[in-house]
Design a protein. Sequence first.
Length: 150
Amino acid sequence: MRVTISLAMALALCACSKTAESPPAADNAASETNVATADANAAAATPAALATINETSWTFTDKDGTQVKESIDAKGNYIANSLDGKHVDHGTAVMKNGKACFTSAMDKEGEVCWTDPKVQVGQSGETTSDKGEKLTVTRIAYETLTMPKS
């Protein structure tokens, strides 16, 4: 399973046909301060995009209903294990053009890229693959995973 990440927001803007009169200069300054404060609050509420997927861990439920924990180490190698301890997948991961791209060592599917859900540790978000598959992921504190012994 490959994970990563996108958060989409849409804003609707309405325009009035009437032209409003300009408020006095003092009101303009207060208005600009409120807009700047609102912009700063909005920026703080949306986490930054991932620069690297390395040293991150995630949980999700795959398309078969299996609960999975996945970790990407400092070198970009990932391991995905089911929460009941079975090995699910492993391979390499890298960020490309704002997407997390995974290449499994267990299949011949090749590289699969997922949008960045832009979430912080403890938050969930939706990610979409280049093939249109959607997945809800939760970012958790980084944890080193190993492949379970059979």
